[in-house]
Design a protein around this ligand. Structure first.
Ligand SMILES: C[S@@+](CC[C@H](N)C(=O)[O-])C[C@H]1O[C@@H](n2cnc3c(N)ncnc32)[C@H](O)[C@@H]1O
Length: 358
């Protein structure tokens, strides 16, 4: 498990981290290929050729991009010692019988370099891993497009990607996650990206967080697995059968966390039919009740998706009582479509505008 304890701000370590950031890499989006278990498209002869030209990069890429083992002796011949030490101290690398293995991959894109778990699930730690998905990337791009943000709160920070996108533009960021592995990853990633002085990651439950501060930007990509809470027994992930438990909770808390000109960006996914997501009329009522202006951006629909990570059979159908429960729910509400969305909230004339991602 990753830990931020071993991070030392020494000059030598910082320059080693800069070197790590310069590692030739694929785009974050290629992790979507990983999700579907496909051979990552960046694993091309050209990419491999470019990486292989530089000894340190070749070793780091073998470990952190391709997940291969490298002997510690070979690694230390080519890679600066403080960097290897840092990666071992933080648990990014582990050593066994003289061989190094990367417990995390390094993904690069949009000017950020991030340590992330190889997979969101399939681990035995009982929690959501600090992982990057296409959902993280889309929201990080919206965050990165916001200028003049002085302070940012990232709720459910994972790898820290959303807060880091704001920190890169100069914001002071408070990142919160219930999973200490995620706050450690966020701290480490803040160091890797040279913004550690602006990012504070603390453990906390976003459902019971009490904060006196207000922020220019509140951002969250909360758990939204459409499963009964506790169904998987995970520390995080299930968000009720409609997948919106965390979303509604964050929606009601967000206005109290914003400065006068602040904005909240909340991302989730919802069931619906061909006309759109079912939750829009309730959302309209809520934004009026809260006295805020909401702008909802709806993504193109997919068929109702069985939640990732839940046990499935060889036909990708959810198995057992859990599968029955989800299928019954989908049939009962008449869902034929599943929509990802981002909601922007600002203090202003109460109301809801609905638009679509193009
Ligand atoms: C979908 S992931 C998003 C991570 C990251 N923000 C991103 O966009 O890649 C949801 C995150 O919320 C965290 N989380 C789940 N339940 C939480 C809770 N009750 N309080 C705080 N964080 C929570 C998980 O550990 C996970 O890191």
């Amino acid at each position: 498990m990753i830990s931020a304890d071993g991070i030392s701000p020494s000059d030598e370590t910082s320059s080693a981290l800069r070197r790590l950031r310069a590692l030739p890499q694929h785009d974050l989006l290629t992790l979507a290929g990983d999700w579907f278990g496909e051979l990552a498209p960046w694993r091309s002869a050209e990419t491999l050729g470019a990486i292989a030209g530089l000894p340190a990069e070749r070793v780091l890429a073998s470990l952190l991009v391709f997940g291969e083992q490298v002997t510690e002796t070979e690694a230390r011949e080519d890679v600066p010692g403080p960097l290897i030490d840092l990666l071992l101290d933080t648990g990014v690398l582990t050593e066994s019988a003289g061989k190094l293995t990367a417990e995390y991959c390094l993904v690069r894109g949009d000017g950020l370099a991030l340590f992330a778990a190889w997979r969101a699930a399939g681990r035995d730690v009982g929690s959501y891993a600090p992982w990057i998905g296409t959902d993280s990337i889309t929201l990080a791009r919206l965050v990165g497009a916001r200028r003049g943000v002085g302070s940012c709160l990232d709720l459910g920070c994972g790898t820290g990607v959303l807060g880091l996108a704001a920190a890169r533009n100069g914001a002071n960021v408070r990142s919160v996650d219930v999973n200490p592995e995620c706050t450690a990853a966020t701290t480490l990633n803040a160091h890797v990206n040279g913004v550690a002085d602006r990012v504070t990651a603390t453990a906390g439950d976003i459902l019971s967080l009490s904060l006196d501060e207000r922020f220019d930007l509140v951002v969250s990509n909360p758990p939204c697995l459409p499963l009964r809470r506790g169904a998987l027994g995970w520390l995080a992930g299930e968000a009720g059968l409609d997948g919106l438990d965390f979303f509604w909770e964050l929606l009601s808390r967000a206005p109290g966390l914003l400065t006068d000109d602040g904005e909240a960006l909340l991302q989730a996914a919802a069931y619906g039919d061909e006309r759109g997501p079912f939750f829009i009329s309730r959302l309209e009522e809520e934004v009026r009740r809260l006295g805020v202006l909401g702008r909802l951006l709806v993504r193109p629909a997919t068929p109702p998706r069985w939640p990732a990570f839940a046990p499935r059979d060889e036909n990708q159908q959810l198995t057992g009582p859990l599968g029955d429960e989800v299928r019954e729910y989908v049939a009962r509400v008449g869902a034929t479509h599943y929509y990802g969305f981002v909601l922007s909230l600002r203090p202003g004339d109460p109301g809801l505008a609905v638009g679509r991602f193009r």
